[in-house]
Design a protein around this ligand. Structure first.
Ligand code: ADP
Ligand code: MG
Length: 226
């Protein structure tokens, strides 16, 4: 089976710092729900950015959806197929209303206004968000915003989900709701999280990032360290 996303020898450093990622080999396969754990500042978010070309690797290669990806045009295609849920929903929601935010992605991918809106409504409904369409996104609660941001990602019908600390700032009810939603989704995903219990429910495998290196971990090892 060919991986959906693969890195070989991926390295990255910020100016005036040591390497945050050093020769990282990683594969994401269909059906994987990979927990990416590691201390604050380890480089987890940076890794997701590299996968979709929001940052450019200093060395190594990214393969995604069957091709090697180097140029900006190639990464535009990767971003269209990868649903990136940012750590802060406020970075993801920028339209006046919820429906506009959720329809934005499909519109951008070339859908007609009608198609995009219908897809947006359907996606919101699948997340239990009927009635939120005309609400003002920045007035919603943290949990509601997170679900709208997830809707805006899912409406693009991505092949892979990249979730950066999705349970951050959610109360336990909203966390449960998010977990239930994610468990019904067929997409392979990488989940950055420090939430042991959430990961224990959702992850099929664990990768730990520390000192710029990836290592396979297990749930017990993850506990307390994540
Ligand atoms: N734009 C940037 N410029 C310089 N250093 C950065 C930048 N973004 C992140 N860093 C640093 O790189 C390291 C990895 O950051 P990040 O990938 O956000 O870690 P994590 O998501 O694991 O907490 C941290 O030390 C962080 O301070
Ligand atoms: Mg981070």
């Amino acid at each position: 089976m060919q991986p959906l996303i693969e890195t070989r020898g991926l390295s990255y450093r910020y100016p005036r710092q040591g390497e945050v990622l050093s020769h990282v080999d990683f594969s994401l396969f269909a059906g994987d729900r990979v927990a990416l754990i590691g201390p604050n500042g380890a480089g987890k978010t940076t890794f997701l950015h590299l996968l979709v070309g929001l940052k450019k690797a200093k060395a190594g290669e990214v393969f995604a959806y069957g091709s090697v990806r180097k140029t900006e045009a190639q990464f535009v295609e990767v971003r269209a197929k990868s649903g990136f849920l940012f750590q802060d929903p406020d970075d993801q929601l920028f339209c006046p209303t919820v429906i506009e935010d959720v329809a934005f992605g499909p519109l951008n991918l070339g859908r007609s206004k009608e198609q995009a809106e219908s897809l947006a409504r359907k996606t919101l409904a699948s997340l239990g968000m009927v009635g939120y369409e005309e609400r003002v996104a920045h007035q919603l609660s943290g949990g509601e915003k997170r679900l709208v941001a997830l809707a805006s990602v899912l409406a693009m019908e991505p092949q892979v989900l990249l979730l950066d600390e999705p349970t951050n700032a959610l109360d336990s009810r909203a966390q449960k709701r998010l977990l239930d939603v994610l468990m019904t989704l067929p997409q392979a995903m990488i989940i950055i999280s420090h939430d042991d219990e959430f990961l224990a429910d959702i992850a099929t495998r664990y990768i730990r990032l520390d000192a710029a290196r990836f290592s396979e971990a297990d749930a017990c090892f993850a506990k307390g360290i994540a």
